[in-house]
Design a protein around this ligand. Sequence first.
Ligand code: ATP
Ligand code: ATP
Ligand code: MG
Ligand code: MG
Ligand code: MG
Ligand code: MG
Length: 261
Amino acid sequence: TEDLNRVKPEYLKSFQYESRLMPHTWIVIRIDGCHFHRFSEVHEFEKPNDAHALDLMNSCATSVLEEFKDIVFAYGVSDEYSFVLKKESQLYERHASEIVSAVVSFFSSMYSMKWKEFFPQKEMKFSPYFDGRAVCYPSCQILRDYLSWRQVDCHINNQYNTCFWMLVKSGKSKSEAQNYLKGTQAHEKNELLVQLSGIMDYYNTLPLMFRQGSSVYWDKEMKVVDSKEEGGAGKSRKIAVVKYCNIIENSFWEAHPEILD
Ligand code: ATP
Ligand code: ATP
Ligand code: MG
Ligand code: MG
Ligand code: MG
Ligand code: MG
């Protein structure tokens, strides 16, 4: 009988470490591409910003919102995306490992499935994959601080990368470009860009998607769906939209109070 007890489900389940995320808090799942420095090189992404690669990330994120309806907002830049679940979400009874693994595997398989749509001429040479983590933010203000941090990071990295690649394209080696930029301030980088490009305020002429990152959320406007598979003729449903907005300032959140209500 002792042998039989040892394969009882209750006994074996008692070893499972239960990590439930704190109730009434916004859960953020942040995923990030693994070794995308290499992935982007092998697949010849345009540097510093490949628009097709970003469009692919945004399309995958939109599918994530459509699959996991508790996600109210997502913000993405480079090879990362943050997904915000509404604070009352009971997805997987708030078990971190289930939520993270489901979102990450859904995103990764979407990335491979949609690849051809965004890179019709490029063969995928090896499997991209992502890691993920879950963090709870207990107040709207702290959640907004988190999102602001990601958008500030987007700006700082983009400014650096834009300078770096402009120096490289002008003939410097990668290590020369790196040394050249070491310790430079934001305004010095801006001046450098004007000098190298010959365009006043060059940085601000770059596409908004590169400078602001991408935000995905449910639009207030309903879309009328005609096709049968999407729920029948004449019915309407919400759609997830991709926008490039400033999410640090209050104005975005004031215009969209329903997102974090
Ligand atoms: P890790 O596995 O630790 O995340 P990583 O190589 O993915 O390492 P990150 O810090 O996540 O490093 O940076 C992602 C890298 O992927 C960027 O530095 C950039 O080189 C590349 N990358 C991602 N998206 C794009 C894009 N749209 N266009 C060009 N390069 C990109
Ligand atoms: P959940 O999302 O909760 O895991 P589920 O639908 O995946 O729900 P599981 O309890 O994981 O349910 O069971 C997997 C189901 O997938 C099986 O009940 C079976 O119907 C189907 N399935 C999986 N593998 C096979 C297979 N090789 N051949 C036929 N059916 C399969
Ligand atoms: Mg990482
Ligand atoms: Mg990465
Ligand atoms: Mg990254
Ligand atoms: Mg299951």
